[in-house]
Design a protein around this ligand. Structure first.
Ligand code: GCU
Length: 604
């Protein structure tokens, strides 16, 4: 216990000493709803193979000023990378690169921001980075999939400002994810970069959502940037004739429970969003928010008071045709349109928080969402620093997306082995989620289900399920596991008393490969199709099954798939090929989801 105390103290001192320099700061809620200047575009880069750039202080971007000076680097007229975007898919030489890349660009202080506060905001930088402004280190961040920001109000020069990022994607044992994971280790400034301006006293945070159970009460919490009491804040929802005035307490926090009538609750069938404005005397943030009830009762998941079956699908944040990380609205349209065509009403965003375009568009299109941070298989659960880092990442995810009513599940683990350190780690993850948002359903995916020869049933023993609202299982029957009994005789006794989701199942197939339906190593569409039919048959015998999520929508790139004749470095479990061609199994799932949707509609 003492060790932990000193660790917390060390982190507190480190963060305090650097004036927050070493730690990114609290995230502004809904940064896209603020005034901002985009810093996307072409950045100059230096590939720093041996990590020498910090010693050489390349972030100062110095130029010789007399005949005797010289510098062994220059950003100008060097390599260029687009931001946002991973480096692997932009330069063939960087396809496999793990190491440091320095990004640098100039930008001007915007006009008319004299009385404003200015923040640099990064949607995501993979995997870790240090931020330097005009030659001074101002922030650092670890975690390749969550946003961070740093205030620069008093750090900007009047004319040119030089912004440099030292980005490193080297895998380490104490990282999240750690040394080995089944997706490409894309590195770079992979999401939007913005210079955000807000009033001196601004709306720092708000959380507006329907009561967990009731359809006639909206709860609102607004936090101002200053701890000032008796400040007036308003919540406006014109379509509901809501015009509620709140007053802040001594911490600058205002709360209200707002009665509403005739509210149209959001659902995948009817993804209704309302215009919502949060107004203070100096600031105003406009937002689109949906309102829905979501809770578990017994073995059922209730959406707006009706039991729902989750017709889920997963996808990585990757555009296979480009062999690169997805980052834009256009990318989100491509991924989500295919999920909609499949008949899904939920997306498990594997295995990490994906960009905000995908989350917001999914909400507009009518998908429930499961988001998770990449606590994927072998994590250094005994390491306190790793646990704190993971806690920060999950808090950043929840903080960013808590106003998205589509967000239904916070996932806290994927295929982790049973152990006391793992259990403590996951209890801490849940704590960090619930501290910010106590309403979403907490879930984790396990690969611990086994066939018990005694009971002739599929069983699972893992006490950590007690902290979960919903239990999820990844089970590759017909692929990693052969059938111990025929699929229609496969009876499950897993997590009874709680809702169960099959969060991954499937097998590999190369689009266009046909025949050999009984041969696993054929990589044929016919084998994959039969595997799907068999699994759907088994699902009929899972009494508390409340959702399925095939692995995965698209073939995706993976560094540990070595089949040259299957296109090499690709995980071919996609229902759709990397060129957008639907395999036979896609049609089987499409038919199944049509049936499940009709069953839900008839039950409502
Ligand atoms: C695991 C894991 C996935 C992986 C899949 C596979 O269940 O969660 O990330 O891609 O198996 O082996 O294809």
């Amino acid at each position: 216990m003492k060790q932990r105390f000193y660790l917390y103290l060390l982190l507190f001192v480190l963060c305090g000493m650097g004036g927050g320099r070493l730690c990114a700061q609290e995230l502004l809620t809904n940064v896209y709803g603020r005034h901002y200047v985009s810093l996307n575009g072409e950045w100059n880069v230096i590939v720093d193979l041996y990590g020498q750039g910090r010693r050489m202080q390349v972030y100062k971007n110095r130029k010789p000023t007399d005949n005797k000076q010289f510098y062994e680097y220059s950003f100008d007229r060097g390599l260029i990378l687009n931001v946002p975007g991973d480096w692997n898919s932009q330069m063939p030489e960087l396809k496999y690169y793990e190491g440091t890349v320095w990004y640098g660009r100039y930008f001007q202080r915007p006009a008319n921001v004299e009385d404003e506060r200015l923040y640099l905001y990064f949607g995501a930088v993979s995997y870790r980075c240090k931020v330097y402004l005009n030659g001074e280190e101002i922030a650092s961040h670890e975690g390749g999939f969550t946003p961070f920001q740093v205030e620069v109000t008093d750090k900007l020069a009047e004319g040119d400002n030089f912004l440099a990022l030292e980005v490193n994607n080297t895998r380490t044992v104490d990282a999240i994810p750690a040394m080995s994971f089944d997706w490409w280790n894309y590195g770079g400034i992979t999401r939007d970069v913005m210079l955000v301006s807000v009033p001196q006293v601004h709306i720092a945070d708000y959380f507006v959502q329907l009561d967990k159970y009731r359809k006639d009460v909206i709860h609102a919490t607004v936090t101002l940037s200053e701890a000032k009491a008796h400040q007036t804040v308003q919540i406006l929802i014109p379509e509901l004739k809501v015009r509620t005035t709140l007053e802040t307490d001594m911490n600058g926090v205002a709360q209200a429970s707002i009665p509403v009538k005739k509210l149209q609750r959001w659902s995948p069938e009817m993804p209704k969003l309302y215009d919502v404005s949060v107004v203070s005397d100096q600031d105003r943030v406009d937002e689109k928010i949906g309102f829905r009830n979501l809770y578990v009762k017994g073995e059922n998941i209730y959406l707006n008071g009706h039991p729902v079956f989750l017709r889920s699908i997963s996808f990585h944040e990757e555009i296979p045709q480009r062999s690169g990380r997805a980052f834009s609205e256009t990318d989100a349209v491509m991924l989500l349109s295919e999920a909609k065509a499949l008949g899904a009403n939920m997306i498990r965003l594997a295995h990490y928080p994906q960009n905000e375009y995908t989350v917001r568009l999914a909400e507009k299109m009518g998908f429930l969402l499961w988001e998770e941070i990449p606590i994927w298989q072998g994590i250094d659960f005994k390491n306190d620093a790793t646990r704190l880092k993971a806690g920060n990442m999950i808090a950043e995810m929840v903080q960013r997306d808590k106003n998205r009513c589509a967000l239904s599940f916070w996932g806290i683990a994927n295929e982790t082995a049973t152990s006391e350190p793992r259990n403590e780690f996951l209890k801490y993850m849940k704590k960090r989620c619930v501290e910010i948002d106590s309403t979403r359903l907490i879930v984790a995916a396990f690969d611990l289900v086994f066939f018990d020869r005694q009971t002739q049933k599929f069983e699972m023993n893992d006490t950590i399920t007690n902290i979960l609202d919903v239990v999820a299982v990844n089970k590759y029957m017909g692929w990693y596991h052969d059938w111990p009994v025929s699929p229609d005789k496969a009876i499950w006794n897993v997590a009874s008393g709680k809702p169960l989701i099959i969060s991954e199942f499937g097998g590999e197939a190369l689009y266009g490969k046909h025949g050999e339906a009984e041969k696993k190593s054929s990589w044929s569409e016919d084998y994959q199709a039969q595997l799907y039919k068999d699994n759907l048959k088994m699902f009929e015998n899972i009494p508390n099954l409340r959702g399925t999520s095939p692995w995965i929508l698209f073939d995706f790139r993976s560094p540990f798939r070595f089949h040259p004749n299957q296109g090499g470095e690709w995980n071919r479990k996609g229902l759709v090929s990397d060129q957008g061609q639907r395999k036979k199994a896609w049609y089987i799932m499409n038919e199944y989801y049509k049936q499940k949707r009709l069953e839900d509609l008839s039950n409502n």
